[in-house]
Design a binder for this molecule. Structure first.
Ligand code: ADP
Ligand code: MG
Length: 711
């Protein structure tokens, strides 16, 4: 049903076609509702009047009540233009000295000079409101607003809206924006429809929408503003969670899954021959997965676990359950190196089971590929490991029952969808997505709100903490000596260079220079240095990677291609060059490459000459904690959720207008619990009291992308 909110913005009094076109092109506004949903990003408090002596330059905005002491008109060249025979077209600047009982300051005008000069008669008193700045060592204000001395608007907060140069230049100033908002409220409020049911407002103590909208734009005081803000944030997060949870509920009821009731002989054989006990967390997660596989519904589970927490073992055992029930499983890794490493590790675990596994990547030869295709089609290959190659159209499975995706954020949505469609007899395979990028809880609830989430929150026993330190250029020599000592003890070292953009020439230059320097400092025949980067061919990369993994090279110089997954337990040192250029979670991932063996390990963050405060904070945090979740939380606070690694590609399911995942975690948790509670009582939202909820969810803005179902 159309309401005043849906009215085309050009018909709003004060807008018209010209302004409407501007608002559309600059702020993507089409309707009156769009306008009203642009909330002020801050508020100016005009209820206080400062004394001039207390004004500090670079304060946001100030207001003083002062008397005009002296005015001066000057020409372009700075010469004074006498006021008695003023030719205003010669005047370039009006400067006015104003004063109160505490001191004096200058205010300056470059426009509207004639009118201002006539108004600011010496001896008269006004309110001057503006942004103070320092000029020639003195405080002044350029183009302040000038009002009658008693115009103090007690208790009133004035909203400030995002704007653009173009809007300002076309006359849509902050003041005009406020007028448009007032006009929009007048049009909308009389017929405004509440967007939350009464019982929720009551139970959650929320203010009505009409109150919230008025107060967010024109707050009468701080308290009213807080109530309005809370209501709007709650609503936004609540609907986001409600739609995610509803989707999850519908899918878990409607999506048929292949039933896998047994654990099977292969599972047991592998389990019995494990060289270690599973951690409590690994056992718990496998149990959660088993329940899903038995249930008859399709599994869509996210497995989160820090680097080294033992996700591979969980993947293997899960794959073996599928095999034990007569299905096949595939494990997809983001890079060739990782796929190979998985294949090597997993093949070993599979020896006692007799299950056949194969490796399929872009570099698999034609003959081998033919054999693999045949083995998949006749079912003799139980587990296929590989890169994207395993979702190509030519790959046909006999009965794919389970797909495991490692480091999922490297995969696009369509790739996931292609995998889905390789199920068996039209049924989607069960899906287990594994990620080592710890995601803050609030973000996980949002990004993966429609998935079930398992967390491995316990490291295998015997891990020694990685000692992390951050040093400058002066310590480079000491760093080399330290690496020599470690190599003497039989250990190996990674040295990583930033390569944020693969195309950046400068980065490669740094890497090459760094490599030359290292080769000089660690010469043959005593030392062997390998190098890996994205410009090498796959063979070259693999050759060097393997040389290091097998211990034939002491040092591996590389770009971040080694970030994900690579396992060299004998490596005890991770040096990260220009560490200030890396994001927190990337640093964390890199550090996770060491500390995998029994030896004490070290991470040395080399920092450049100029490090911003923000970057230093990141480096300090790295030295202070090894907890990936803590690091992720901080990362989100510093950079905002949109920039977190792992979220760029997938993106947030909806754009938040007022709530923030970084700051409003408590409201989010509350909103999610509450949404779950409502769905529990009324899963399809068909009860009359929930009619508003059902109607709201049908709106476009709540059409959350469903990651698991896109095809
Ligand atoms: P992730 O993929 O989560 O980063 P991996 O599965 O590669 O971690 O495991 C890291 C290392 O820990 C591997 O060498 C693996 O053999 C070992 N590991 C896994 N689970 C256990 C366990 N329960 N006890 C001891 N070692 C384990
Ligand atoms: Mg792994």
């Amino acid at each position: 049903m159309k309401t005043a909110m849906d009215m085309d913005i050009q018909y709003l009094p004060g807008v018209g076609p010209k302004r409407a076109a501007l608002l559309k092109s600059e702020l993507e506004m089409e309707t009156v509702g769009d306008l009203l949903h642009l909330y002020p990003f801050r508020y100016i408090d005009r209820s206080t009047v400062q004394r001039i002596a207390e004004v500090i330059p670079d304060q946001a905005f100030i207001q003083v009540r002062a008397t005009v002491l002296k005015t001066r008109l000057s020409a372009k060249n700075g010469a004074e233009v006498p006021a008695d025979k003023v030719k205003y077209n010669l005047v370039n600047r009006l400067s006015v000295i104003i004063g109160d009982d505490s001191g004096e300051m200058e205010v300056v005008f470059f426009k509207g000079i004639k009118w201002m000069h006539g108004r600011l008669v010496p001896g008269s008193t006004f309110l001057f409101f503006g942004k103070p700045q320092t000029f020639n060592g003195r405080i002044n204000m350029v183009h302040p607003e000038v009002d009658a001395p008693d115009a103090v608007t007690a208790g009133v907060l004035t909203g400030v809206y995002t704007s653009t140069e173009k809007l300002k230049n076309s006359g849509i100033t902050g003041k005009v924006m406020l007028k448009l908002m007032a006009s929009a409220l007048e049009v909308v409020l009389p017929s405004l429809q509440e967007t939350l049911p009464g019982h929720i407002l009551k139970e959650k103590g929320l203010v009505p929408l009409s109150y919230a909208l008025r107060q967010i734009h024109f707050p009468i005081d701080q308290n009213a503003l807080s109530k309005a803000t809370y209501r709007l944030k709650f609503e936004e997060l609540f609907y986001l969670q409600l739609s995610l949870l509803k989707q999850k509920y519908i899918r878990s009821r409607s999506e048929v899954g292949m039933v896998m009731p047994r654990v099977g002989e292969a599972f047991n054989a592998c389990y019995r021959s494990l060289p270690y006990d599973l951690t409590g967390a690994q056992k718990r997660v496998i149990k959660e997965i088993r329940e899903d596989l038995k249930s008859g519904h399709q599994m869509n589970r996210l497995l989160q676990g820090d680097v080294g927490s033992g996700k591979t073992m969980v993947a293997v055992l899960t794959a073996l359950i599928a095999v034990g029930n007569g299905y096949q499983a595939c494990i997809m890794a983001p890079t060739e190196v990782l796929a190979q490493q998985h294949f090597a590790n997993i093949s070993r675990y599979l020896v006692p089971t007799g299950v056949k596994c194969a490796l399929l990547t872009g570099s698999t030869g034609a003959a081998a590929r033919r054999d693999i295709h045949a083995g998949l089609e006749d079912g003799s290959i139980g587990i296929l490991i590989g890169t994207h190659a395993l979702i190509e159209d030519t790959v046909n499975y006999n009965a794919l029952g389970l797909a495991i995706i490692d480091e999922q954020h490297r995969f696009g949505v369509d790739q996931r969808a292609r995998l889905w469609n390789k199920g068996f007899q039209g049924v989607h395979p069960h899906v287990l997505v594994m990620t080592a990028t710890p995601i803050p809880r609030t973000l996980a609830m949002t990004l993966y709100g429609d998935l079930d989430v398992s967390v491995i929150d316990e490291m295998p026993p015997g891990r020694k903490p990685v000692q992390t330190l951050c040093v400058g250029e002066g310590k480079r020599h000491a760093m080399h000596n330290f690496i020599r000592d470690e190599i003497r003890k039989g250990r190996q070292a990674f040295i990583v260079y930033p390569l944020i953009f693969e195309s950046e020439k400068l980065d490669y230059k740094n890497l090459e220079l760094g490599y030359e320097e290292i080769v000089k400092a660690f010469p043959l025949p005593d030392y062997k240095v390998a190098i890996v980067h994205g410009k090498q061919s796959n063979e070259e990369k693999n050759f060097n990677m393997e040389a290091f993994a097998a211990g034939r090279a002491n040092i591996l110089v590389s770009t971040t291609v080694i970030e994900v997954g690579v396992d060299v337990p004998n490596a005890s040192v991770m040096v990260i060059e220009s560490a200030e250029r890396f994001g927190l979670s990337q640093l964390h991932q890199l550090r996770g490459r060491v500390g995998r063996g029994a030896e004490r390990s070290y991470c040395i963050l080399m920092k450049g000459q100029k490090v911003s405060r923000e970057s230093q904070k990141r480096l300090d945090l790295m030295c202070a904690t090894e907890n990936g979740f803590e690091i992720a939380e901080e990362d989100m606070k510093m950079r905002g959720p949109g920039d977190l690694e792992g979220t760029q590609q997938s993106g947030l399911p909806i754009t938040l207008n007022i709530a923030s995942l970084a700051r409003d975690g408590a409201i989010l948790s509350d909103a999610r619990t509450y949404a779950a509670h409502i769905l529990e009582l009324d899963p399809m939202l068909s009860a009359p009291r929930n009619a508003i909820l059902a109607a709201e969810l049908r709106k476009d803005k709540y059409a959350v992308k469903d990651y698991s179902q896109i095809s």
